[in-house]
Unconditional design. Structure first.
Length: 251
């Protein structure tokens, strides 16, 4: 970590994006020391290891590699990271899920201000970047795995093994095939819904998100209920019934 000033670097495979971000940073954040830029993963790894910037503006897709390849390669170095991307993707959902900052291109100046100010505050407060980057890298091990934090570290779960997720205020209980007790994660169910909605999961109730592969039976009623592969009976809200019926018709 550098002294009182915050150092920053930009890794992006598009020169026009580097130039635009450089201009914004110089105009709006002269307190940052920009120590260099790179256009690919090998160049970025060399830059980070040499300059050890406090803050890294990192493109999600870098040619045929990704910003996550870079993060793995620079370990154990863990700068504060603000991801940049031109479009939504599984990776961006993972970034959101792990509560890391990202900026959509073209970068909005006020959103940039928010991201920079947050990163500087966390650096001054000695926030631990690895605590959030490690789960992110776990999440991205494959499109069908999810790394969930527990008291002892991280539990890696294959999405096909998740039966359903149940809301408990700001926590979510994740019921996993073969486990006697659910994993309790300090994330609201809405975040699991946003992340898993395109991965074969369907919201059937404000309190329940289920894996359609583990539905064993639907019982008719005002909303009805589903019986899951572990025998659990979960209610279906009237609002969500139509969506569930569509899912069941496609099975």
């Amino acid at each position: 970590m550098s002294g009182t000033r915050t150092t920053a670097a930009i890794i992006d495979d598009e020169a026009i994006c580097i130039t635009a971000l450089e201009g914004l940073l110089r105009r709006r954040h002269p307190e940052l020391d920009l120590v260099g830029t790179a256009a690919d993963v090998p160049g970025g790894v060399a830059l980070v290891k040499d300059k050890r910037p406090d803050l890294l503006f990192l493109d999600v897709e870098l040619g045929d590699m990704t910003g996550f390849d870079l993060l793995k390669a620079i370990a154990p170095l863990r700068p504060q990271v603000v991801f940049t991307t031109a479009h939504e993707s599984y990776a961006v959902k993972a970034i959101r899920f792990n509560a890391l900052d990202y900026l959509l291109k073209p970068i909005d100046p006020e959103e940039l201000d928010d991201a920079v100010n947050k990163a500087v505050r966390e650096r001054v407060g000695h926030a631990s970047a690895p605590d959030r980057i490690a789960p992110l890298l776990g999440t991205l091990m494959s499109d069908r795995q999810l790394a969930l934090p527990d008291a002892g570290g991280l539990v890696v779960v294959h999405l096909d093994d998740i039966l359903y997720c149940t809301s408990d205020n700001n926590y979510t209980s994740v019921h996993v095939r073969g486990d006697k007790k659910p994993l309790v994660v300090s994330r609201p169910l809405s975040e699991f819904d946003a992340f898993l909605g395109g991965q074969g999961f369907v919201r059937i109730h404000q309190s329940h998100l289920i894996n359609r592969k583990h539905i064993r039976r639907y019982v008719k009623g005002e909303g009805g209920e589903v019986i899951m592969s572990d025998g659990a009976n979960l209610p279906v809200s009237r609002r969500q019934k139509a969506e569930l019926m569509e899912v069941l018709e496609r099975l």
